[in-house]
Design a protein around this ligand. Structure first.
Ligand code: ZN
Length: 283
């Protein structure tokens, strides 16, 4: 399984000289499986560059098929949707999975941002590719090729965001962005959902100090990410979804501090890194 980060920022794109190394695009991660299956997790503005990379291959010829997993529909997770090139090539086929409240709602939300007031294409049906919108089923399990994908709803302020666990090629990737845990941090079935992952991509929007002042945002701090990784005994933790005002230097400091916290917690074996645009990890 090959995992690539295309957008690692939360809330709003933040281009500029202070964010060159980690990147300013919003949430988008791609997963390529050994059998060639292509999965995109979240469709923030990073999806534009991911789409461009795909157009060089079969997706440019209308012969591609892929799966899009959406954690939720806040702007920083869907704004790349109208700018994802392979959606405009007739013949391509995508299954879009998200929203535990039904496929009609998922479709309505995505369709709304295509309306003429927001975007000239007016409807996702005008994009060319075949898009099949599907709600996560009641058993929260989706099969993509040989991959077994499960979803888990996490609290996210006034709403929820789905975490995903992808089990394929003998490896496990867990993705948990936009997570507002209670004060006690991740517990019980949430920890079980991440357990033993080869890579946990976890929301790390804030330092603990900044999160304390912004509890109602429903987003995670560095402490939450470290606790999730340590309690679930994952192998590798990738910090993700940084606050738009954090510079590259601030993110470097998050990673350094996260390393110290893991060591203090007796979790020296867990590798920690800061997700950065363009970074590919092989699991
Ligand atoms: Zn977000």
């Amino acid at each position: 399984m090959e995992v690539t980060f295309w957008g690692v920022r939360g809330s709003i794109p933040s281009p500029g000289p202070a964010t060159v190394r980690y990147g300013g695009n919003t949430s988008c991660v791609s997963v390529r499986l050994a059998d060639g299956e292509v999965i995109m997790i979240d469709c923030g503005t990073g999806a534009r560059n991911f789409g461009r990379s795909l157009l060089a291959g079969r997706f440019g010829k209308g012969q591609g098929s892929g799966t899009v997993l959406l954690s939720h529909a806040h702007w920083d997770h869907i704004q790349g949707f109208p700018f994802f090139g392979p959606f405009y090539v007739p013949g391509n086929r995508f299954t879009v999975v998200g929203g535990i409240q039904g496929s009609e709602l998922l479709e309505r939300v995505l369709e709304r941002q295509m309306a003429a007031q927001f975007f000239p294409v007016q409807s996702y049906r005008n994009m060319g590719a075949q898009l099949d919108m599907r709600a996560v089923p009641d058993d929260r399990e989706v099969r993509v090729g040989a991959a077994r994908i499960t979803a888990h709803p996490n609290p996210h302020g006034p709403t929820q965001a789905l975490a995903y666990r992808i089990h394929a090629d003998g490896k496990v990737l867990a993705y948990a962005s936009d997570v507002g845990y209670p004060e006690s941090g991740p517990q019980g079935d949430t920890v079980d959902f991440y357990r033993g992952a080869d890579l946990l991509i976890h929301d790390c929007t804030f330092t603990p100090e900044d999160r304390a002042e912004r509890m109602t945002r429903g987003l995670a701090s560095l402490d939450d990410a470290v606790e999730a990784a340590a309690r679930a005994q994952v192998k590798r933790l990738a910090l993700f979804h940084y606050d738009q005002d954090y510079s590259d230097h601030d993110v470097d400091e998050l990673v350094r501090r996260g390393r110290r916290l893991l060591d203090q917690r007796g979790a020296k074996a867990i590798e920690i890194l800061g997700a950065a645009e363009g970074l590919t990890l092989a699991l």
